[in-house]
Write a protein that binds this ligand. Sequence first.
Ligand code: MN
Length: 256
Amino acid sequence: MSPSVQSGDSPVVAVTATVEPIGGVPRLRLNAAYVRALEGAGIVPLVVPPLADPERAARLLERVDGLVLTGGEDIEPARYGAERRPECGPAQADRDATEIALARAARDRRLPTLAICRGIQLLNVALGGTLVQHLAEDAAGPSTHRPGGDRTSRAHDVAVVADSRLARAVGGVSTIAANSSHHQAVDRLARGLVVTGRSPDGTVEAAETAPDDPWWVLAVQWHPEELVESPEPWDRGVFAAFARRLQVGGRWPERT
Ligand code: MN
């Protein structure tokens, strides 16, 4: 896949990552699907690790054109004022703190932000919302939102709110099908976000900032980075919408 723009014109975006033990050593890790999807849209990804001092991570946003909040671990429930439930997975304190600082700094700088899976949850928490710690499971079979298997398989529909940023990104259709690999979801939505996609069971699958908000945000609960080679154009459209917004920067009114 070749980039859609000349590399000299390519925007650079901060992309968050995690730390996990690999071969007994804590190492940085990012699913390379994010890199391929961003490069395919003509965007240069700059990987940002969890840092001990989250303000340093926020400073990095002075040097980039956008932010991508990526998938990963559950967020510590204390971050949204909740008691930890047994089904909630282990959190990573440095990653939570770094990404919350990045999300708030992106808002302050009106830096275009694409949030994916954990990213939509992190964004919601950073802006004052809460999460469902564990979605109900279907006792009769594989769960709707974490069916397992191939990460490129579309697992459930997403009803898309008409005239939303998401709707324009996916080509104006009212329903798409998404892959799904999550057991948590947005519960109470943060102020400043609007829901623009839901699965048939009502789970929040997409959110964004309002059309008149100068901060461009597109947040999805599924994994479009795994679907950019799909016959359907929807997921390439998500990255293309982000790329278009990066290229116009803050110079153009909303509707991109
Ligand atoms: Mn889902």
